[in-house]
Design a protein around this ligand. Structure first.
Ligand code: TNX
Length: 534
């Protein structure tokens, strides 16, 4: 009896001790190669940062921010290397052959972080942040050599700001967290039926009308109390704010891909400019979730000039070569009943409304290509024929992605079965209201893109993976992070770490030691993944 009692009592400690003894346990995503040594480096106020490369100025400033956040003092930056007590950051694409790769060398004398490019250097520093232990007079860093580089070139998280709007401060915090886990892309879902969130100066009603909705309808009363007060809900990001966010992200090596939805998910824009729809309206910004019949009219040339003008302003704000133009969930009900759409279809000899949607997307692609940009679209853009240069975001499973690869198109995998962080993450009764699916952490972690496909073109055309953060049920920033984390960390590891090194139990032990996520960044995240295995 006593023995049983002792074992029962000591067990949790044994688990913790084992995790703590792991080699550098807290690193997420797990690096490609780690060699630990017995040495330690201590960052103190006399430690100098050595940065010769001008391209690394922003990253040097970030390193100082990280040191300060860990309890240290701002460090002096110089170009001459002392004998010891320094952190040097360098770019050397010969020594570090892999794009975005880095080598981190830590002994008692110095820390050296060598990147293939600025991204590599930044990722080395993110690893460093996860390695060190915060401290007032000195920050302790365990000695090691780490060689690391990403598995996928495209590592992304999305955020829907239409269904619920989040302040710029939150967007920045999100970008910070993405950088910490070595994501390099933020897909910003800026327009949808329930609200238009980007200032377009040429069309002021997008601000005064499309950005707002009446909170009058449906939902779970306890969950969404503010939706029953009859008030207006909404707002938008000004172009100044967007520029600030784009720069903030660029400083962290994150490219922002804006998404302007077309031809579906357009109700808010139609409410502002009813002539863009087939029936002429009137329309109202949607007050509940779902898919809506009223979409941009494909027979009306002014629809295209509106969208081109919108995209002109979007392109001026976002340097990304990729612009996401949606393409998902576009019902064809209105087009079938619309004289202009039918005339267009006949004039072009198009077979059906899918071909008309394909015409719509191809016309927009042509415009964006002429400005040096490339389009991304949801997998529905395959229907009726793929636009010649389009990247496909495969969300309704992997089939769309496979079909696109077979046609030699670039593909991003985001199957809703594994990558949707608006779905429930546990079966606990205390889970707050979420979208209907069920995607526990372990399922996300276990996702292996194209596991069932042997197409020899996979390696060439599969750019990477993305996690979706649809915000219908994200009623606050705290709830948004609760839904997104830690599942985004599972995705980060899948996007970065070689398959052979991935192990869920090992990941969980490292997740339990994510001090930055828990303390420093102050993120409200779910810990209902802990003891359950599905
Ligand atoms: C489908 S994924 C949508 C979104 C919703 C989401 C909810 C996609 C391209 N469209 O409009 O927010 O489901 O899970």
């Amino acid at each position: 009896y006593l023995a049983g009692f002792v074992i029962f009592f000591l067990m949790p400690f044994a688990v913790v001790a084992q995790a703590a003894n792991n080699t550098l346990p807290a690193l997420i995503p797990l690096p490609v190669a780690i060699k630990q040594s017995a040495a330690s480096f201590y960052i103190n106020p006399a430690t100098k940062i050595i940065a010769g490369n001008k391209a690394l100025q922003k990253i040097t400033a970030l390193l100082n921010d990280y040191v300060i956040a860990a309890g240290g003092k701002r460090l002096m930056v110089t170009t001459t290397t002392p004998v010891n007590n320094f952190i040097s950051i360098e770019i050397d694409s010969t020594e570090i052959p892999n794009k975005e790769g880095y080598r981190l060398l830590i002994d008692e004398k110095a820390i050296r972080c060598i990147g293939h490019d600025a991204g590599g250097v930044l990722y080395g520093l993110q690893t460093l942040r996860q390695l060190w232990s915060a401290g007032k007079t000195k920050i302790k860093v365990p000695g090691c050599t780490i060689d690391d580089y990403p598995r996928f070139e495209y590592r992304s998280m999305a955020l829907d700001v239409s269904r619920h709007l989040f302040p710029v401060s939150f967007i920045k915090k999100y970008i910070n967290l993405l950088a910490l886990y070595k994501f390099n892309t933020f897909h910003w879902h800026l327009t949808d039926d329930q609200g238009w969130r980007i200032e377009i100066k040429k069309y002021p009603k997008l601000q005064s009308v499309a950005a707002w909705r009446n909170e009058t309808l449906i939902g779970h009363k306890k969950e969404l109390p503010h939706r029953f007060d009859g008030k207006r809900y909404g707002g938008y990001y000004t172009q100044e704010q967007i520029k600030e966010v784009v720069q903030y992200a660029a400083d962290r090596q994150i490219s922002i891909i804006p998404e302007i939805e077309m031809p579906g998910h357009a109700t808010a824009a139609l409410a502002a400019y009813p002539a863009l729809g087939c029936t002429g309206g009137p329309y109202k910004t949607a007050t509940f979730w779902g898919v809506f019949d009223d979409v941009y009219c494909a027979g009306n040339d002014s629809t295209f000039s509106f969208l081109q003008n919108v995209l002109d302003e979007v392109m001026a704000l976002f340097p990304s070569i990729y612009i996401h133009i949606g393409g998902d969930e576009c019902p064809k009900t209105r087009w079938k009943a619309c004289t202009k759409c039918q005339q267009r279809k006949q004039a072009l000899g198009l077979q059906d409304e899918h071909a008309l949607q394909s015409y719509f997307i191809q016309r927009m692609e042509k415009y964006l290509n002429s400005k040096g940009r490339q389009i991304i679209g949801w997998d529905e853009i395959l229907e009726g024929g793929l636009a010649p240069n389009a990247t496909v975001m495969s969300w309704r499973g992997e089939e769309g992605g496979k079909a696109a690869i077979a046609q030699h198109h670039r593909v991003i995998m985001t199957p809703e079965s594994h990558c949707y962080f608006d779905y429930y993450q546990s079966l606990y009764a205390e889970e707050p209201l979420a979208a209907g699916g069920f995607t526990p952490l372990q399922k996300v972690y276990g996702y292996e893109p194209l596991a069932s496909s042997t197409d020899s073109m996979n390696a060439t055309y599969l750019a990477g993976v993305e996690g979706q953060a649809w915000s219908e049920y994200y009623t606050s920033t705290a709830k948004a992070t609760y839904m997104i984390f830690p599942r985004a960390l599972a995705l980060a590891e899948l996007a970065w770490t070689p398959v052979a090194l991935r192990n869920y139990d090992n990941f969980l032990s490292r997740l339990r030691h994510q001090k930055l996520l828990q303390q420093q960044e102050g993120v409200n995240y779910s810990n209902l993944f802990d003891e359950i295995s599905y």
